[in-house]
Design a protein around this ligand. Structure first.
Ligand SMILES: [Zn+2]
Length: 397
């Protein structure tokens, strides 16, 4: 940890730039205590490691603080100095006695109180949610920043994200979603945005890199985001997962494949209208290929032109598939409102652009024409070519 209290009650914060000589001097004269548990702590001034305090004995605090890596301590020190340079009132390792939580940095910005957590190790989802809710209930805006070392782009614009990493997802005031991360070794923020998952782990995404000295807090809270997806790459990935699921189906994929089979469909002959990228599909853990196929089976396939699709139909469909765990929501604790119906409405909007449905009222749609199911490889290839030529500009998001 980077803060301690002296016998006289003064706070020593190693987040500020102290000279080693000054600290050596101070260490001869002073005793230091942990601001949380009050135990005596040692001031460590090695050449290799960042200057820090360490508990002499075990105790409750020890597990909490002493597993901190240099990477983590260095990261929060840099973020703290970054905020101070912007004249933002900030406290490093602020301990809130009431809620017994200690964000890495507490700061005040535009009249609001923020709790910044720079997270380098994996913690359980339940602890993450508990801390986040406790901040929200006590007037803090939580801001979780992931260490960049945890983010792996598999290819350009293709990232692998775990459920834990999705917990870091936050929103701009205009509703754009992104994951902020930071690397102290190269002094760089990495903002992962325009995230559109195509499978439970893998997503199309864009990332923007910013040197810490070049951006302000507002750029981190409200990053500029607008990267439309490349449809031919999307199509390629969807084809790849179809093949993967056939070769190595998980339990969830097996029930999906069975349902396709029982409906006399063929996975490889599904029309391109099933498996479209919609911006809020990340509200679901389930791949858009799967939930859109279920949507087709439950809602669209039985309808004839001029039949209606209502919000009630949609809610009933979701409830049924969620109860059977065939569609699953994603846990996104930092988003105060994340209604998965939004993703379905976005899908309906795309079907409307494609001339398959028309919107009659706020939440009522009417089927205009049936979705054509290709019957051979040749038909699907022709359908795809036509689809992408004709509709790519319409579906740009
Ligand atoms: Zn302590």
């Amino acid at each position: 940890m980077l803060t301690a209290i002296t016998k006289m009650g003064n706070r020593i914060c190693l987040g500020l730039d102290y000279q080693k000589d000054t600290l050596l001097n101070l260490r001869c004269k002073e005793e230091f205590f942990c601001p949380v548990c009050g135990e005596s702590v040692l001031l460590k001034l090695g050449d290799q490691r960042i200057f820090h305090f360490a508990h002499k004995q075990g105790g409750v605090c020890r597990d909490f603080f002493e597993n901190e890596s240099i990477y983590h301590m260095e990261g929060k020190r840099q973020l703290y100095q970054w905020l101070l340079k912007q004249k933002i009132p900030s406290v490093l390792e602020y301990y809130d006695k009431e809620i017994q939580q200690r964000p890495d940095i507490m700061f005040q910005f535009n009249g609001r109180k923020y709790a910044l957590e720079y997270q380098c190790s994996t913690i359980s989802e339940s602890i993450f949610i508990k801390r986040t809710n406790s901040y929200l209930q006590n007037g803090y805006i939580p801001i979780w920043i992931l260490s960049s070392s945890q983010i792996h782009f598999k290819r350009k614009n293709c990232v692998s994200l775990s459920n834990f990493q999705y917990l870091f997802l936050r929103t701009t005031s205009s509703g754009k979603l992104f994951i902020p991360s930071y690397c102290p070794e190269i002094h760089q923020f990495q903002i992962v945005e325009s995230i559109i998952p195509f499978s439970i782990k893998n997503a199309f995404a864009h990332h923007s890199l910013y040197q810490i000295k070049n951006i302000g807090l507002n750029d981190l809270l409200e990053p500029q985001i607008n990267h439309p997806i490349d449809f031919s790459s999307w199509n390629r990935e969807i084809d790849k997962i179809k093949l993967n699921w056939t070769i190595h189906p998980s339990r969830q994929h097996k029930s999906f494949l069975n349902e396709i089979y029982n409906s006399h469909l063929n996975l490889f002959l599904l029309p391109p209208e099933i498996g479209l990228p919609v911006p809020h599909t990340l509200y679901f853990q389930t791949s858009p290929l799967i939930w859109q196929l279920y949507f087709y089976l439950d809602i669209i396939s039985s309808k004839n032109p001029n039949d209606f699709i209502t919000l009630e139909d949609i809610n009933f469909f979701l409830k049924k598939r969620i109860a059977r765990k065939e569609i699953m929501y994603r846990t996104l604790p930092q988003l105060e409102r994340s209604n998965p119906v939004v993703a379905i409405l976005e899908y309906l909007f795309q079907l409307e652009q494609l001339g398959i449905i028309t919107r009659k009222r706020e939440t009522t749609y009417q089927l205009k024409r049936k979705i054509i199911i290709p019957k051979s490889n040749r038909e699907i290839e022709e359908a795809k070519v036509l689809f992408y030529q004709k509709y790519q500009p319409i579906l740009s998001i």
